[in-house]
Design a binder for this molecule. Structure first.
Ligand code: FAD
Ligand code: NAI
Length: 466
């Protein structure tokens, strides 16, 4: 039997490691149990960070190969060095995960390597190099999520890959089929298309990126098609057979109809992620996951067992690293007697394609469904001076504001740097800003952000530059 911690966090991803750091800052004696062999969870090891390293590198490759000439920079002899690109990505991952270990040391957090199992409230058994038992006043489960499998399409991480395999292919496939036009499908589909693969995305629904605003996702689809990505919308994959030459996929229209086959060198399965609770011992303490496997928690992130909390992907909602982090901070502050809280209405979501696609708040479809009276303001990047200077005129900003109060209810952007641009609207929404508040704030010229100011002005039908 070992020492008693104030808090043991199971899972060292963005939810878990941030919770551990915040709790340590607040004076708690904290341990974090992680079985992966590295801190940072899905996000740092096989998610956000390696995908962005490849998205950036492949963007540079595509730019140098095809677009720099437009700016009068003649480039020749551009050549892909895939092993070097992959080793850059791997180094970024190891530097980042090592950085979390440093933060743990700085905050005096015990990093316990191994798989954690809750054997009783307040007791975690860790199976690592040896089996040890850790006692805690409180336990936070932050075990994250895993790839959703597709029946009939067995992932082997060679020919049929999940996002994890899709981040580490050893050569550029001639033909790649992506199943699922969600965030992973479009981001990793973009990576391999930029490197020369012929990419076809098969999507069950009649549109891409289901949670996004309808107008924005249509624009995004048009732009991605212009770049050479092919879409088969309204189709489902019913099976796959793998041979020496590649994979043959069986497709059917989602609404029924004649089947067909589609051949690929590599298939990426990206139809969502599911909560991960394997081996946690939930049943032995009486926590029963819901029908989709998520752990139910109350307003304070506590499960139905006192002293056992859960955060991040494993409790559902938006499966985003920053959402998990906010929950990690909130639960640590609640445990310290403070009033930790997450404003789910102002969590941004960004798809890192080129151009980026970003949103915060409600979509037009949601406002209609909720019966909310709203005003719309839009501004295209073609009318923004900086976008013209940068040759990045694709896309627009769309703002939705309350018809009576003018309060900003949502903002949707497809355009260069959309992920950075959305942040001013997030801050505005946190402070209850009206469209006029943001429209009257001075925006430096020439900046892409002026398109946000103009879209806010357009809510009141008075944009200046269109
Ligand atoms: P995780 O990051 O999944 O961490 C959970 C950790 O718990 C894991 O390391 C696991 O090994 C460990 N664990 C599980 N069970 C046990 C156990 N019993 N004992 C010990 N340890 C255990 N989100 C964004 O916001 N932006 C992005 O750009 C982005 N890109 C992504 C790209 C890809 C390819 C993928 C797959 C995901 C991406 N995400 C992105 C989503 C993001 O990675 C997740 O939302 C985030 O990692 C969730 O954090 P978490 O702490 O809840 O869980
Ligand atoms: P997703 O939920 O974003 O998209 C899955 C897509 O697959 C949907 O469009 C869905 O309609 C479709 N689909 C489902 N079943 C299908 C089937 N049988 N055939 C064809 N299409 C099917 O899931 P994805 O892309 O796997 O990402 C998982 C999670 O990871 C997301 O929740 C996302 O939030 C997170 N993530 C976030 C990123 C970011 O913030 N930039 C990047 C990558 C992932």
């Amino acid at each position: 039997m070992s020492e008693v911690y104030d808090l043991v966090v199971i899972g060292g991803g963005p939810g878990g490691y941030v919770c551990a750091i915040r709790a340590a800052q607040l004076g708690m004696k904290v341990a974090c149990v992680e079985k992966r062999g590295a801190l940072g969870g899905t996000c740092l090891n096989v998610g956000c960070i390696p995908s962005k390293a490849l998205l950036h590198a492949t963007h540079m490759y595509e730019h140098a190969s095809h677009h720099m000439g437009d700016l009068g920079v003649a480039v020749s002899g551009v050549r892909l060095d895939l092993p070097k690109m992959m080793s850059h990505k791997d180094k970024v991952v190891s530097d980042n995960t090592g950085g979390i270990e440093f933060l743990f040391k700085k905050n005096k957090i015990a990093y316990i390597k191994g798989a954690g199992k809750i054997t009783a409230p307040g007791t975690v058994q860790v199976s690592g190099a040896q089996v040890q038992t850790v006692q805690a006043k409180n336990i936070v489960i932050a075990t994250g999520s895993d790839v959703m499998p597709l029946p009939g399409v067995a992932i082997d991480e060679k020919r049929i890959v999940s996002s994890t395999g899709g981040l580490s292919l050893s050569s550029v496939p001639g033909k790649m089929v992506v199943i699922g036009a969600g965030v992973i499908g479009l981001e990793l589909g973009s990576v391999w298309r930029r490197l020369g693969a012929e990419v076809t995305v098969v999507e069950y629904l009649d549109f891409i990126l289901p949670p996004m605003d309808g107008e924005i996702r249509k624009q995004a689809q048009r732009i991605l098609e212009k770049q050479g990505m092919n879409f088969r919308l309204g189709y489902k994959v019913t099976g796959a057979s793998t041979g020496k030459k590649g994979v043959s996929l069986k497709l059917e229209p989602s609404k029924g109809g004649a089947g067909e086959t589609l051949d690929a060198d590599v298939v990426l399965v990206a139809i969502g992620r599911r909560p991960y609770t394997e081996g946690l011992g939930l049943e032995s303490i009486g926590v029963v996951p819901d029908s989709r496997g998520f752990i139910a928690v109350d307003h304070d992130y506590q499960t139905k067992v006192q002293g056992v909390f859960a955060i991040g992907d494993v409790i559902g909602g938006q499966m985003l690293a920053h959402k998990a982090e906010e929950e990690g901070v909130a639960v640590a502050e609640l445990l310290a007697g403070q009033s930790g809280h997450v404003n789910y209405g102002a969590i941004p979501s960004v798809v890192y394609t080129d151009p980026e696609i970003a949103m915060v708040g409600k979509t037009e479809e949601q406002l209609k469904a909720d019966g909310v009276a709203y005003k719309v303001g839009k501004f295209p990047f073609t009318a923004n001076g900086r976008a013209r200077a940068n040759n990045t005129t694709d896309g627009l900003v769309k703002v939705l504001a309350d018809a009576k109060t003018d309060r900003v209810l949502g903002c949707h952007i497809v355009g260069a740097m959309a992920g950075d641009l959305i942040q001013e609207v997030v801050v505005g929404m946190e402070f209850g800003a009206s469209a006029e508040d943001i429209a009257r704030s001075s925006h430096a010229h020439p900046q892409l952000g002026e398109a946000i100011k103009e879209a806010m002005l357009a809510v009141d039908k008075r944009p200046l530059h269109i």
